[in-house]
Design a protein around this ligand. Structure first.
Ligand code: FCB
Length: 436
């Protein structure tokens, strides 16, 4: 890795900001859709008011970049039409605070908080939402594009579409495969439309998208298990990779779901496959499939607090796969990390050794991909802070910094120190290599 490699941390607006009723923010679909345990993002980490403290923490950590998302309902409260100046001002202040601290702002335009007013009209199942997204992208790019060097359009279109409209686990809680396919198509379309708008208004910015990819493996060599893994890979991975990087949806997925296929118009595939400056990958684990199509859990590597198999090699596999099969633009690992049940012990510290072991193995996995010739330009730990983990509420902790929710006190965990040292060490090595 060269000294150019970007080390960062990632977050998203609804998971950390709170302040949902302030400064003219509109309602989002997550304001209505509470976590399984009733938790909401009303206060979250109160980042909206405490961002300066958190920027100072990042400066201490030594990261090069901060990946955050802009809340569409803060900027365009009804999803289309009137722009809320106070909402844009917040991101303007945040970007300036980051730049003052020497941290690159890496801005993502959509991390699942759709304006409720658009959901009332069908949300991502409607093509019009893609057009409204492009208008919103233009507004943000015009305001921040002079200082933000990298924009992402979307975070994890698979989750937006399938977890939100197909499986009922995330807002808006839909349970229809037809809606999930329509949403998957419109999100991708909105991405392509937004890429052009961002480029028009932020001429120097590099534009990309963040796709979540978990390898889908057969649990046995039973032909049924192999077929189930292939089908899962199609829906979750190839659907998005093929559309974005090859300009066509995978034929096997379209064939298998012909009755609920999305409404694709002439020209859409070309818009979706607009060439990108970079491509982001989020990976947390893999899925294992048996011959009955069910997902099975492997206890081999142990499980994180999310119940996800500890499988850091998934990152290497996904990065190498993109490189080998898709000729992608430069790659970023836009999220890697793990939830464990952190406890604050008597000395007030959090000795999160499991997280350190996981992150360390993940970095080794990225190193292995780079050694195999994959062009990876950076990596972002999920997450800077413990935060509102969607359906799991505050019960799952992913942060390098512990949040004491009753007081909102920030307590750096042992993993914070580990990441600090890793970054310092990698930079020192890069300088030594450059000088040699
Ligand atoms: C990803 C999401 C992120 C966070 C992590 C744990 O799928 O992008 O918001 O919830 O998982």
């Amino acid at each position: 890795m060269t000294s150019e490699f970007t080390w960062g941390v990632a977050t998203s607006a609804y998971q950390i900001e709170g302040a949902v009723h302030e400064d003219g923010r509109g309602e989002s679909i997550w304001d209505r859709f509470h976590a399984r345990n009733g938790d909401t993002g009303t206060i979250a980490c109160d980042f909206y008011h405490r961002y300066r403290e958190d920027v100072a923490l990042m400066r201490k950590l030594g990261v090069d970049a901060f990946r955050f998302s802009v809340a569409w309902p803060r900027v365009v409260p009804a999803g289309r039409g009137r722009v809320n100046a106070a909402g844009l001002d917040f991101y303007d202040r945040l970007v300036d605070a980051l730049l003052d601290a020497g941290i690159e702002p890496f801005a993502n335009l959509y991390h699942w908080d759709l304006p409720q007013a658009l959901q009332d009209e069908g949300g991502w199942t409607e093509r019009a939402t893609a057009e409204h997204f492009a208008e919103y992208a233009a507004v943000v790019a015009s305001r921040l594009g002079d200082r933000v060097g990298r924009f992402a359009t979307h975070n994890e279109p698979y989750c937006t579409a399938w977890v939100g409209y197909g499986f009922g686990e995330h807002a808006p809680g839909g349970t229809s495969a037809r809606d999930a396919f329509a949403a998957a198509h419109h999100v991708l379309l909105s991405h392509g439309l937004a890429v052009s708008e961002i480029r028009r208004h932020a001429r120097n910015a590099e534009v990309g998208i963040i796709v979540d990819s978990w390898p889908a493996h057969p649990a046995t060599d039973d032909p049924g298990a192999v077929a189930a893994a292939l089908a899962a890979d199609g829906l979750r991975n190839r659907w998005f990779f093929d559309a974005l990087l090859r300009g066509a949806y995978p034929a096997d997925v379209l064939d298998a779901h012909a009755a609920v296929a999305p409404p694709v118009r002439d020209g859409d595939p070309q818009v979706i496959a607009t060439p990108l400056d970079w491509f982001g990958i989020n990976n947390y684990s893999r899925t294992l499939h048996d011959g009955h199509g069910a997902v099975v859990r492997s206890p081999d590597g142990g499980l994180t607090a999310m119940g996800w198999e500890i499988y850091p090699d998934g990152l290497r596999e996904v990065l190498c796969r993109l490189h080998d099969e898709y000729a992608p633009p430069p790659l970023y690992v836009t999220e890697f990390g793990a939830a464990f049940s952190d406890v604050r012990v008597h000395d007030g510290r959090i000795h999160d050794v499991d997280r350190i072991a996981f992150l360390d193995a993940s970095v080794a996995s990225i190193d292995a991909a780079v050694a195999a010739g994959v062009d990876v330009r950076g990596a972002f730990v999920w997450s800077l802070l413990d935060n509102f983990e969607w359906a799991e509420g505050y019960s799952k902790r992913f942060g390098l910094v512990y949040i004491d929710y009753p007081t909102l006190e920030r307590v750096p965990k042992a993993s914070f120190g580990w990441y600090h040292d890793l970054i310092a060490d990698r930079k020192a090595r890069a300088v030594a290599v450059a000088a040699a």
